[in-house]
Design a protein around this ligand. Structure first.
Ligand SMILES: Cc1cc2nc3c(=O)[nH]c(=O)nc-3n(C[C@H](O)[C@H](O)[C@H](O)COP(=O)(O)OP(=O)(O)OC[C@H]3O[C@@H](n4cnc5c(N)ncnc54)[C@H](O)[C@@H]3O)c2cc1C
Length: 467
């Protein structure tokens, strides 16, 4: 039992905790980071990285098959074993030793133990007590939500951890939940040869995105043979002789070799001692735009419930570090609430979106309109699998302010389109300036020209919109 003092103690070494601790260490602060499992967190080992490693080969194969001259050069299906082996390399066989030097180079002390708050500025980490002179930063992330369905625990369902580390593709995979994780895993496992059934309670997939994005993803999954069941809930689960049977409220049943539950996330706040500092366990840790819950406690990443995305957690980490270092907190308000988060669903087609959907903007009372054009309707798209691939690009424009407040692109490999839209949305670039941001020919970024024309925006010198 020992007691040690640091300037800052960070709990949780996922992307948010790591970035915050590293930035503070670089600035000369004495920092400890406490991690109970793997440095790198969910994202590096069980979420972003392995899921993308499992999706990219299928996406590439589909793209190649759309392009005459190349499709002839590629025959056969994916080699599932090789795809999963490469995935294992990307997640370093669940060995986090490669993550340690980055923290050590910044003089961050690594403590491997489960941690709990133990009163003001105090953290219990195993047998040690760590006392923070300036701040404690909670970055404990989130875990899969398991619904109270009869028989579900006995069926030992997969969560994202199993789905992203499995050594083989099950013959039949049933997935509960048609959100981001559900659709990504449905596509990944279908491409690896599983017969996939995707069950979603709502009447469409990826409900937070534009309806056309949900339609595009649904169509693509159906084309790959995924059995998509919408507007259906599981009422009971039975596991017998290696088979899982799901009873559904529309009759069902669905039989599978494996069941993945992907209905959402629960924030890791129930067992971290929040009650010892006057906060309610099991709830998101509410923070202001400086990521502060009070004058010494900060919460960053999934755990504050603002935006459950790695890049937003890392952005919040930089905000918290800068505020702890004494930089003015007024500079951070622009995107700290997460409302302008960029996000990508790495299905084929991709769904890449930033800021508002049209419906969400209207619900917030904005005076908005939307324009849509075909993502693939330009010269640059000729070199992609143009004819067979669907895709829509939408801008949501605030007519009162003359700025873009949301953008959504669907189409093959449109994730990299997103940063241009993010700059326009977060930078609040006036619409009439955008005609001067000339997209190179022949790139698919010319979609921006067509979007501006569709908006009826005058050309660079105020001329008519269509030349
Ligand atoms: C399948 C899947 C795919 C995803 N893909 C993407 C994607 O492509 N892009 C994207 O931006 N986001 C993606 N996400 C979301 C992303 O994974 C999370 O937003 C991100 O990991 C959150 O980072 P974090 O640092 O807040 O928490 P986490 O990554 O969850 O890390 C929290 C860390 O805290 C540790 N910890 C928890 N409690 C304690 C304790 N009491 N003591 C000590 N340590 C503790 C945990 O062990 C963990 O290492 C995906 C999520 C899933 C499930």
């Amino acid at each position: 039992m020992s007691e040690r003092e640091f300037d800052v103690v960070v709990i949780g070494a996922g992307p948010a905790g790591e970035v915050c601790a590293g930035r503070l260490g670089e600035a000369g602060q004495e920092v400890a980071i406490v991690e109970s499992h793997l440095i790198g967190g969910e994202c590096s080992f069980y979420a972003c990285m392995p899921s993308k490693a499992m999706l990219r080969p299928g996406e590439l194969l589909a793209e190649v098959r759309r392009i005459p001259g190349v499709r002839e050069a590629v025959t056969g299906d994916l080699a599932a074993g090789a795809v999963l082996k490469r995935r294992d390399e990307i997640i370093h066989d669940l060995d986090d030793s490669g993550m340690v030097p980055w923290l050590e180079q910044r003089d961050v002390a690594i403590v491997r133990a489960p941690a709990r708050l133990d009163g003001e500025r105090r953290v219990r980490a195993g047998d040690d007590t760590l006392v923070a002179r300036k701040a404690v930063v909670v970055a404990t992330g989130s875990s899969p939500l398991i619904p109270p369905v009869d028989g579900l625990p006995e069926a030992e369902p997969w969560t994202n951890r199993d789905a992203t580390t499995s050594k083989e593709a099950p013959g039949r995979l049933a997935i509960l939940g048609g959100g981001v994780v559900g659709v990504e895993m449905a596509q990944a496992y279908a491409s690896l040869g599983s017969d996939v059934t995707l069950i979603e309670r709502a009447d469409r997939l990826i409900a937070r995105e534009e309806p056309f994005a949900a339609d595009d993803v649904e169509q693509s999954l159906r084309d790959e043979g995924v059995d998509v069941r919408l507007g259906v809930s599981a009422t009971a689960v039975r596991a017998e002789r290696g088979e899982v049977t799901l009873e559904l409220d529309d009759g069902g049943p669905v039989r599978a070799d494996q069941l993945l539950v992907a209905i959402g996330r629960r924030l890791n706040t129930d067992d971290i001692g929040l009650d010892t500092v006057g906060l309610e366990p099991g709830k998101p840790i509410e923070v202001d735009d400086s990521m502060r819950a009070n004058d010494w406690l900060y919460a960053i990443g999934d755990v504050n419930g603002r935006a459950l995305l790695t890049h937003m957690g890392k952005y919040q980490a930089r905000i918290a570090a800068d505020v702890i270092l004494g930089y003015p907190s007024g500079c951070v308000a622009s995107n700290a609430d997460g409302s302008r988060s960029p996000r990508v669903i790495f299905t084929d087609p991709h769904v890449a979106a930033v800021g508002y959907t049209l419906d969400a903007a209207r619900q917030d009372g904005l005076n908005v309109r939307a324009v849509d054009v075909a993502t693939q309707g330009n010269a640059g798209a000729s070199f992609y699998g143009r004819d067979d691939s669907r895709g829509t690009a939408r801008l949501v424009v605030d007519d009162d302010r003359g700025v873009i407040v949301g953008a959504t692109f669907t189409g093959p490999e449109v994730a990299e389109f997103l940063q241009a839209a993010t700059i326009a949305v977060v930078g609040e670039v006036p619409l009439d300036r955008l005609f001067h941001a000339v997209p190179a020919f022949p790139t698919r970024s010319e979609v921006w020209l067509y979007l501006l024309e569709a908006l009826g925006i005058a050309g660079p010198c105020g001329g008519p919109p269509r030349a």
